[in-house]
Design a protein around this ligand. Structure first.
Ligand code: BDR
Ligand code: CA
Length: 317
């Protein structure tokens, strides 16, 4: 089985991605690390516990991670994901935070990867704070990873939270910088433009959430807020989301569980702009190889959308 560690800021698309990983037959999720991002860290932890409960997979350990980015800059995704990160749907049976592991995410990442050297694929679908801090604690840990999959950054200077920056990198640019510049393992990046290029039609979305299973009903409830926002009277929103439904984090998990989902990559050295007044948090794609980086990232450019859809459908069965 493929061994996966997920590091999430559980908003609605993180929940979708987690459910996809849990449903994959040849995948073993070793643990789920929580980070600040779409919601505050308490809500992120609660959201992951809720997802595991719906999927009847409460045996998977959940770890609390960083509650803020390295330089204390705070973003949140409330506008799209709702204040609680999962569409603000009341859930009186939500599991409490006592179900979290006592160990912190940063310690758990290095421990688990060290226990399975060369075997773990780490999938990051939120700000990279935990992963950067884990590296600061144990500089050998990236070399023990099999792969690192990241949803974040941009390849054409296009952003979703600022003109030039994507949410996960903008939420902690220093963390993204540390990871992109210091990790020697194979690094696969699902950028914001890659997600936008593969917007799914609303007809598919309707079919997906109306499968009638408990998981699909849960998905329908938690996505109602973001669906309304994405369809809302457009102007610049159409520019952000395109004419359909985008599940950004599912792209990263799909690539990790089935590599044939990605049919084309470009390979370049990558970094992150930290200084710019407009470009802070923007991913730098070194097309001229000016930075002379040894580890060229695999930047995803084409997706087999039919395979992605199948994985999404199975996730809610
Ligand atoms: C990313 O930001 C978050 O809102 C989503 O969960 C996704 O990880 C997209 O830019
Ligand atoms: Ca996310």
């Amino acid at each position: 089985k493929k061994l996966l560690l997920l590091d999430v800021d559980c908003g609605v698309d993180d929940a979708q991605a987690i459910m996809m990983a849990l449903a994959a037959p040849d995948v073993h999720v070793l643990g789920i690390m929580c980070t600040h991002g779409n919601a505050n860290i308490e809500n992120v932890c609660k959201n992951v516990l809720r997802v595991l409960k719906v999927c009847q997979r409460t045996e998977i350990p959940v770890y609390r991670g960083a509650g803020a980015s390295i330089l204390e800059e705070q973003l949140n995704g409330a506008q799209y994901h709702g204040k609680d990160g999962l569409g603000d749907v009341p859930d009186c049976n939500a599991p409490g935070l006592e179900h979290l592991q006592a160990e912190y995410a940063v310690n758990a990442i290095t421990r688990i990867v060290t226990e399975h050297p060369g075997q773990v694929s780490l999938v990051a679908t939120g700000p990279l704070t935990n992963i950067a801090l884990a590296f600061k604690m144990d500089r050998t840990f990236p070399s023990k990873l099999k792969h690192l999959y990241i949803m974040g950054g941009n390849m054409e200077s296009r952003g979703n939270v600022a003109i030039c920056s994507e949410f996960n990198f903008a939420a902690d640019p220093e963390a993204a910088y540390i990871v992109l510049n210091h990790f020697a393992c194979p690094m696969y990046i699902a950028t914001w433009e890659y997600c936008l290029r593969h917007v799914l039609p609303w007809e598919f979305f309707n079919e997906w959430v109306n499968q009638g299973t408990e998981k699909a009903c849960f998905m329908k409830k938690i996505t109602a807020h973001s669906e309304k926002f994405a369809k809302g009277k457009q102007g610049d929103r159409e520019m952000y989301f395109g004419p359909g439904f985008v599940s950004c984090d599912s792209f990263a998990v799909a690539a990790a569980i089935d590599e044939s989902v990605v049919t084309e990559y470009i390979r370049y050295g990558v970094s992150v702009e930290l200084q710019g007044s407009v470009t802070r948090g923007m991913m730098i794609v070194d097309t001229l190889n000016a930075l002379q980086k040894e580890n060229q990232a695999f930047i995803m450019t084409k997706c087999d959308v039919e395979k992605l859809k199948q994985l999404m459908m199975s996730a809610l069965k």
